[in-house]
Design a protein around this ligand. Structure first.
Ligand code: GDP
Ligand code: MN
Length: 382
């Protein structure tokens, strides 16, 4: 789950990383009240989970209440790259001497944590990577060893920051690493990390992605969960406990297992179709789960056909078949379904389905044939 900047800053602050005092608000009046409390000048910042807010006009400096009212009024409701601003963060403005970049993320292929630090902050790191890759100092960290103070110092030296920033940056990187690892983050990024004219180092922005699978051991993440934005389809799927990601095509996809679901999305594309979603029903192909999955998919008006791709392992084919038959009785389905059923007890499952087969429920022997049939049933394909 991605955090808003203000949540990222709360997260950072809980690990002792210096951030500016501020308040998240949803109305102009509350923005002014917050600024009056914080003291001027303040920065009014749009809270959307997308970068480049500054360029889009979503970050404004305000010196008094009337400027706060003007800026908050303009920013609330603003559209930034397709995201409507519903929250603004009002924080005490900082004087900036220099802007740096710092982040930790996981390098999956190296099986290590990757830290990136650059004296060229404030701009997107992808741009720096393209124009001046040597300006990014990288460090790979063995998760068992962790980030030692000596390694952090050598890393900071390699990034050629202003020497005045060394101590503050070493301190923040240690805390950021702790936040990233103990907080179960997939990404913890500060851009810009600023050096103030007074010599202090400070996080001016926060981009944090937390591992959704760790939420169970972080009850403190409940407020972050509560503000997650999902489209209607994703919300309905989430409420049913389904692993669903909305896409913009027209072939509904149901598969058991994330790997098979991804392959199904791929093969629909290959057959000339466009998947409407990714949906992994996991091991639970029973009637309840199947009915829930079909409900979510048929509620999507773009769906013109549905591909159910099941490979039985622990999940038995005959149980899957019963689940589908029961679910079809419960959910009104108006688009054709194409099914591929293989693996454990597939023959028993196919036999159960036999009397129910029609143009509206087709059974194909292979994944490729099923993909072609489901795309054709949607009126597309080669
Ligand atoms: P982003 O554009 O979405 O990444 O938003 P940031 O929070 O990174 O802000 C973008 C830029 O606005 C920063 O790089 C700064 O140059 C500027 N900015 C943000 N907050 C302040 C502040 O308190 N003081 C000053 N002087 N500039 C700020
Ligand atoms: Mn930024």
């Amino acid at each position: 789950m991605d955090l808003y900047e203000y949540q990222g800053k709360q997260f950072f602050a809980s690990y002792g990383i210096p951030v500016s005092p501020g308040e998240a608000v949803t109305t102009v009046d509350d923005a002014v009240a917050a600024a009056e409390k914080i003291g001027y000048p303040v920065v009014v910042k749009a809270q959307v989970q997308v970068g480049g807010r500054g360029k889009a006009g979503g970050i404004k400096l305000a010196h008094d209440a009337s400027e706060v009212a003007t800026h908050a009024g303009n920013i609330l409701g603003m559209d930034i790259k397709g995201h409507t601003v519903e929250i603004v963060w009002v924080e005490l403005a900082s004087d900036i001497a220099e802007e740096y970049y710092a982040s930790f993320t996981l390098d999956r292929s190296a099986k290590q944590h990757l830290g990136m630090l650059s004296a060229q902050g404030g701009v997107e790191i992808e741009a720096v990577a393209e124009t001046d890759p040597d300006a990014i100092a990288k460090i790979w960290i063995d998760p068992v060893e962790g980030l030692t103070d000596a390694a952090a110092r050598a890393w900071v030296a390699a990034a050629h920051l202003n020497p005045a920033a060394t101590e503050g940056t070493v301190d923040i990187l240690g805390k950021l690493y702790r936040a990233y690892t103990e907080g179960d983050a997939d990404l913890a990024e500060i851009n810009p990390l600023i050096l103030k004219p007074t010599g202090e180092v400070h996080a001016l922005d926060a981009k944090v992605t937390l591992d959704d699978n760790s939420v169970f051991r972080h009850p403190e993440y409940a407020p972050y969960e509560a503000t997650q934005v999902r489209d209607d389809r994703e919300q309905a799927a989430h409420d049913k406990g389904l692993q669903y990601v909305g896409l913009d095509g027209f072939v509904g996809v149901i598969a058991n297992g994330a790997g098979l679901a991804m392959s199904t999305v791929d093969i629909v594309n290959q057959a000339g179709g466009k998947p409407a979603n990714f949906l992994d029903i996991g091991g639970g192909a029973n009637a309840d789960v199947m009915a829930g999955a079909l409900e979510v998919i048929t509620n999507d008006p773009n769906v013109r056909s549905i591909f159910i791709n099941i490979f039985g392992g622990i999940t038995k084919g005959d149980e899957v078949a019963k689940g589908i038959i029961t679910a079809m009785g419960r959910v009104k389905i108006t688009v054709p379904i194409v099914l591929r059923l293989d693996g454990t007890n597939a023959d028993e499952g196919r036999a159960l389905l036999e009397p129910h087969l029609s143009d509206m429920l087709q059974l194909k022997p292979t994944m490729v044939e099923a993909a072609e049939a489901v795309v054709a049933a949607a009126g597309a394909g080669k």
